[in-house]
Each structure stands twice: as structure tokens, then as C-alpha cells.
Design a protein around this ligand. Structure first.
Ligand code: HEC
Ligand code: HEC
Length: 152
């Protein structure tokens, strides 16, 4: 019981920091949706965006990421019940996190050469710069851009 209370406190603190989202905690999602790219946390997109992503898996950004019905439905339920509403997820009608107005605003000062370099490739590759991205921590203190270093 004590352990559980402590966990909740830790999570509460994590949520209190700017630039943090709840980490992925679904094994099926991790297996099916984090093999080709970083496993984007559900809170990075809103419910509508996730529904669009999951409706179009056979033509997923130029690749086929289709799933069986059972897996599809389970992952969709996980994404929807943990979808974001504010911050990065707000006012986004696209299927991309990187096209959300807040995301674009946050990244507009990042030089294109640092994004296009082979160690990063594109802004979709969150974990190339956000060293604690897999923990849902996007705070500035945890940013380290390849061939550039810390962002301050
Ligand atoms: C077969 C490989 C593959 C699998 C499996 C896959 N994806 Fe993707 N995904 C891609 C590619 C390729 C892109 C485009 C990346 C880019 O533009 O750099 C992408 C992009 C995305 C983006 C947009 C990222 C951005 O730019 O903001 C989201 C969201 C996404 N995938 C979610 C998922 C989900 C959810 C699943 C599991 C149901 C999944 N992906 C499984 C290949 C895959
Ligand atoms: C090329 C490196 C790079 C990549 C790739 C990148 N970011 Fe960032 N990100 C930054 C930098 C630098 C900042 C700080 C910008 C500023 O404050 O001027 C930032 C800021 C942020 C913030 C705001 C943090 C805060 O303290 O409020 C979030 C959230 C974020 N990024 C999420 C993401 C996500 C999600 C992805 C992947 C879809 C991503 N980033 C990809 C470099 C990157």
C-alpha cells in the first residue's frame, strides 16, 4: 500500500513539470507502434488525431502498419483513454505531433541543419534530441542535440 501511494506521488510530481507527459505503459503498443520509430506517448496527440492515425494504418505515412482487429482495437482504446487535450495535443487536426501548432512554435528556433543531419533526420525522431523522451520527459534540461550539445 505504501509503495502504491509513493508511486502516485512520483507521478503527480512528474505531471507537475512543464514539458512532461505520462510514459508509455502498454506492452502491446510498445511492441506494435515503437518498432519503426520512437513510441510516441498517447498524450502527445488528441483523441481525434489518434482516431485518424488508427483508421489509416494501411497507408501510414507511406508505409503499411496494419494490425489485426483485436490488436487494433486494444491499441486504439489505450490511445484514446490516455490522449492529450492541452499543450502539444491542443488544436491539432492532423495525424502528426510535429504538425501541431504548439509543437511548431516550440521548435521554430531549432536550426534546420541540426534537424536534417543524419543523426536526427527529422523532428519526428524525438529521442535523438530529448534524452529522456522514453520517460515522457521533454524538459529543456534533458535536451542534447547531436553535434551541438545542450540547449540553453
Ligand atoms: C512499418 C513501420 C511503422 C510502424 C509499424 C508504425 N509506424 Fe508510425 N510512422 C512510420 C513512418 C515511416 C512515419 C513517418 C516518419 C517521418 O515522417 O519521419 C510514421 C509516423 C508516425 C506518426 C507521426 C509522427 C510525427 O511526425 O508527428 C505517428 C503519430 C505514428 N507514426 C504513430 C504510429 C502508431 C500509433 C503505430 C502503431 C499502430 C505506428 N505508428 C506504427 C512507420 C511506422
Ligand atoms: C532536433 C532536436 C529535436 C527533436 C528531434 C525534437 N525536439 Fe522537442 N525540443 C527541442 C528543443 C531544442 C526544444 C526547446 C526549444 C526552445 O525552448 O526554444 C524542444 C522543446 C520541446 C518541448 C517543450 C518543452 C518544455 O519545456 O516545455 C516539447 C514538449 C517537445 N520538444 C517535444 C518533442 C517531441 C514530442 C518530439 C518528437 C515528435 C520532439 N520534441 C523532437 C529539440 C528537438
Amino acid at each position: 500500500m505504501k509503495k502504491i501511494l509513493l508511486m502516485m506521488t512520483v507521478l503527480g510530481l512528474t505531471f507537475a513539470f512543464a514539458g512532461s507527459v505520462a510514459p508509455v505503459n502498454n506492452a502491446l503498443y510498445q511492441k506494435e507502434c515503437a518498432s519503426c520509430h520512437f513510441g510516441y506517448q498517447p498524450a502527445l496527440l488528441n483523441k481525434t488525431s489518434w482516431e485518424k492515425v488508427m483508421e489509416n494504418l494501411s497507408d501510414h505515412f507511406g508505409t503499411d502498419a496494419s494490425l489485426g482487429k483485436a490488436e487494433h482495437d486494444q491499441i486504439l482504446a489505450y490511445l484514446i483513454s490516455n490522449a492529450g487535450s492541452g499543450k502539444i495535443a491542443a488544436n491539432n487536426t492532423s495525424m502528426r505531433i510535429t504538425e501541431s501548432p504548439k509543437f511548431i512554435k516550440e521548435h521554430r528556433e531549432v536550426p534546420v541543419r541540426l534537424i536534417k543531419q543524419k543523426e536526427v533526420g527529422s523532428l519526428s525522431n524525438c529521442s535523438a534530441c530529448h534524452t529522456l523522451a522514453d520517460q515522457g520527459n521533454y524538459s529543456e534540461r534533458a535536451i542534447k542535440i547531436p553535434n551541438y550539445g545542450r540547449w540553453e
